[in-house]
Every structure is written in structure tokens, then in C-alpha cells.
Design a protein around this ligand. Structure first.
Ligand SMILES: [Zn+2]
Length: 474
């Protein structure tokens, strides 16, 4: 501190003692004890001759020496990051969560006014607000807080931040389904993978782009003593992330080599995102194996695997690019968020015990053993048969338009996938956008009709019938 003071005096600069704070990192117990003893001496002496724990002695701008006390704090904000003396980063995590809550409130307010404020004052949700708009708003206002200081957090802190992200995204879009399914549809990859992308990117910056800068040089010096670094050291985590996402660092991806020097880091980051998408896809596709227990997430993967094959999972699923009418039903249907209508989506149950996925039977038709999943409710259930045949006729025409194989050649799972807004198998990738433009409006109509039909078929909730019975008794 005194070195800083001497230097700033030489440079004719004055350090503002009121605005400067002191925080001692990783103080040992012995150091703490020593400091306390000094304080005691100060208290017992009649004159405070002993200076307070931290101070700067300055002879500038006045010529006589004077000492300015500096406050010692337990938390300090440095460039938006909240630091704590042990660098445990819990304070930083709480700060991120506070910021997320605040910007969430902002997004709520804006999306609410987008939906309800229109010039006609009809006070009904206008169709101008589509979920993609809300999603983009969320990605612009909330997501950056979650990503900004991600690289400093430990594994368990990242997990807890993921919980914050899931609930924030759910509440913003009003889709209360499986969080992983919703994130996959919206193009929000898991934070643990994004953290690795950031760490590998930082390593690239320090070793390739800004090698000759001060941070680059410091990094090089630290790396000479790599084996003595503690396991949680940033340099170790950076190596680990690099090995995970880019196991052969000697081979640079061609697009990075071709990029202009100023764009190299960005191009590398985009390439890393594709690698992270690959890793995530592999994890999700693993759930498709027959040995895996059935569940809501495996069902999502089963029906939407063609959408999950898109190169960059940091982008939303293709069906979301079409703005048409009331898109929320289709999003809910895909994200396993229709517990009132699709029996297998109901993973909790208020009165009865929670049922295993394979025991969640259809309640619409009276086939006692029929599993009430999407395949059954869309295609097999006699109660919804009329609805699907109408839609299939129209889809069949579209298939012919795109020279795709006919509807009858698809398996049940492929048919459900098409009804859920994925492009049919064997359709050329170039046609995906046109296909979505033609078909997504049809599917929105289908899901809305399906919901209105299923509402009428639902057995009355047990609470109402009981109340009715008790009313009659009285
Ligand atoms: Zn049924």
C-alpha cells in the first residue's frame, strides 16, 4: 500500500482515502490475532498513538505527513464482481441471483405490457406478443447476468445458478414443464458447459491472441509452476475445459485460422459452442437408449431428436422462428408442460401418490392399459381421432409439395415428432425453413383445438365432485 502511495505521490496523484477500501485475502489466523492485539493497545492507551489497522501516510498535497485510515471491508465490488476475503465466491453468487431477480421483474413488466397494452384497450392478450419476443427479451436482460462471472464459480455454485436460470426461464415464458426440455427448445445450453466454453476461450485469449500482454505473460509464468497449483486454480480449470472441448489444441479449426486477427477469438468461441452442443447432444441422446428408464425428459428427446441434431444448440429450435398466433400451446406440449391434458406429463399428483411414468394411463378412453403419452393421445386415442385426421390430411399435402415420403411411411414416433413441430425425416435441411412456414400455423391450430377438446373430456376434479356431494347432503 505504501508503495502505491509513494508511486502516486511521485506521479502527483492523490489517493482518496474515503473511497478506498481494504480487504485482506486469505488472512491466516496468526495474522488476524496480531491485528487484534494492536487494536487492543489502541483502545487501552489514553492517546490513540497507534494508527488504525490499515492506513496510508501521505505527504501530498500538504507538506506535512499525515495518516489516513482505510476501512477494512468483508465484501468488495470489483468491476461488477462481489469479492469475499476467502474467495469462496458465495457473495458473488448471491449478487448474481439478486441481479437476476431484478431484471426478471423488468422482463415481466415489459412482456406483460406487450401482451395487454394495445391501442384498442380491449384488455385481452394481443397476439402481437409471441414467446420468441419474450425469449429474446430474457436473453438480453437476464441471461447476461448469469453468464458474466460464470468462470469464477465452483461446480456446486454453477449447479445452484442453473436452478435459478431454470426457474427464471420457466416463469418468464409461463411454461412449467421439464426444465432441460425447455432449455433445449429455447437454445439455452447448461451453464456447466457454457462455463467450459468461457474458460477455454480465456485460455485461447491468453495463449494466442494477447500473448504479449501483461495477463498473457503472467499466465505463461504461472504455467511454468503448473504442478504446484491447487486443484481449484483457474489455470487448472482452463486446461481441463480445453481438454474437454478441444482435445487437440495443436490443430486449430480452419475457420479460426482463416479469420482476421481481430475476429479470431470470436470465431474460436463460436466453434467452441458447436463443440459444447455436441457434448450436450450426446448426453441427451443417451436417454434414447432402450436401457434407460422412461420419463418426461427421455420422451422429449425421443420426439424431438431431429431438432436436437441442429449444429448449434445455443440457438432456439427451428419451429420458434415462425411467428404465428398463439404459440404457447405448442411450446408447452413439447416441453412436457401439459400435465392437465397429457397424462404422462403429470409427474406430481395432489391427492394420489406420484405414479411411475409407465403407469400414467390415458383417462380419456376406457382402455385400462393404454399409456397416456403423446403417441396415444395424438394418434391412438379414439376420442381425438377426428382432430388428427383433419391435420394429417393437410400435412400430407405439404409432404407432397416438398417431395417428402408420404405420411404412411413414417413410424408413430416420427408422426408425433412432425405434429410437435419438427421437420420430417429425409427432408433436406435447406427446406427446413419453408417447411416450418407452411406447417407451424397448422400445428398451432391443431394444438389449440386439441386443448379445447381435451378440456371437455377431462373427468371433473375430485375436489369439486366432493364439494357438490356435500352440498347436496346439507
Ligand atoms: Zn386414450
Amino acid at each position: 500500500m505504501h508503495h502505491c502511495q509513494t508511486w502516486s505521490e511521485k506521479a502527483r496523484m492523490q489517493i482518496n482515502a474515503q473511497k478506498s477500501k481494504v480487504m485482506a485475502f486469505h488472512k491466516t489466523p496468526a495474522q488476524k490475532r496480531k491485528r487484534k492485539e494492536q487494536k487492543k493497545q489502541t483502545g487501552s492507551a489514553s492517546q490513540p498513538t497507534y494508527p488504525p489497522p490499515f492506513h496510508i501516510v501521505s505527504a501530498f498535497p500538504s507538506h506535512r505527513q499525515c495518516s489516513h485510515p482505510l476501512e477494512e471491508v468483508q465484501e468488495f465490488h470489483y468491476l461488477g464482481l462481489r469479492l469475499d476475503p476467502k474467495l469462496k465466491m458465495m457473495a458473488a453468487l448471491h449478487r448474481i441471483q439478486e441481479k437476476v431477480d431484478k431484471s426478471n421483474a423488468l422482463v415481466f413488466a415489459v412482456s406483460h405490457s406487450l401482451r395487454y397494452d394495445d391501442s384498442s384497450h380491449r384488455h385481452r392478450p394481443s397476439i402481437n406478443a409471441n414467446p420468441t419476443q419474450t425469449l429474446n427479451l430474457w436473453k438480453a436482460c437476464v441471461l447476461p447476468h448469469l453468464l458474466q462471472n460464470l468462470r469464477y464459480l465452483t461446480e456446486s455454485q454453477v449447479d445452484s445458478l442453473q436452478v435459478t436460470l431454470n426457474s427464471s426461464l420457466k416463469r418468464t415464458l409461463h411454461v412449467y414443464g421439464h426444465p432441460v426440455a425447455l432449455c433445449a427448445d429455447m437454445g439455452v445450453s447448461p451453464l456447466r458447459l457454457t462455463q467450459q466454453v468461457q474458460l477455454a476461450q480465456l485460455r485461447f485469449r491468453l495463449t494466442r491472441v494477447h500473448k504479449d500482454s501483461i495477463p498473457g505473460t503472467l499466465y505463461e509464468i504461472t504455467m511454468t509452476t503448473f504442478q504446484y497449483l491447487p486443484p481449484q486454480a483457474m489455470e487448472r480449470l482452463m486446461e481441463k475445459a480445453q481438454n474437454h472441448l478441444h482435445p487437440q489444441p495443436a490443430l486449430q479449426p480452419p475457420q479460426v485460422n482463416q479469420a482476421l486477427p481481430g475476429n479470431k477469438e470470436k470465431s474460436y468461441k463460436n466453434w467452441l459452442k458447436v463443440q459444447a452442443s455436441d457434448l450436450w447432444r450426446r448426453e441427451l441422446m443417451f436417454l434414447k437408449l432402450p436401457t434407460q428408464a422412461p420419463g418426461r425428459l427421455p420422451a422429449y428427446v425421443k420426439y424431438n431428436s431431429r431438432d436436437l441434431e441442429r449444429v448449434n444448440l445455443y440457438k432456439p429450435a427451428p419451429y420458434l422462428s415462425i411467428h404465428h398466433g398463439h404459440a404457447l400451446d405448442l411450446i408447452r406440449l413439447r416441453a412436457q408442460a401439459w400435465p392437465q391434458y397429457i397424462p404422462t406429463h403429470l409427474h406430481f399428483s395432489g391427492r394420489k401418490a406420484r405414479q411411475q411414468y409407465q403407469h400414467r394411463c390415458c383417462e380419456y378412453c376406457h382402455q385400462p392399459s393404454a399409456l397416456g403419452d403423446e403417441t396415444h393421445v395424438f394418434l391412438k386415442c379414439p376420442t381425438t381421432a377426428i382432430l388428427v385426421s383433419e391435420t394429417v390430411d393437410q400435412i400430407h399435402k405439404k409432404l407432397r409439395l416438398f417431395d417428402a415420403p408420404p405420411w404412411s411411411s413414417f413410424t408413430d414416433t416420427q408422426r408425433v415428432s412432425i405434429l410437435l413441430g419438427t421437420s420430417p425425416p429425409s427432408l433436406l435441411k435447406n427446406y427446413t425453413k419453408e417447411w416450418m412456414q407452411e406447417c407451424v400455423p397448422l400445428l398451432h391450430t391443431y394444438t389449440t383445438k386439441l386443448r379445447s377438446l381435451l378440456v371437455t373430456l377431462l373427468p371433473p376434479p375430485p375436489s369439486e365432485s366432493q364439494d357438490g356431494a356435500s352440498d347436496e347432503d346439507h
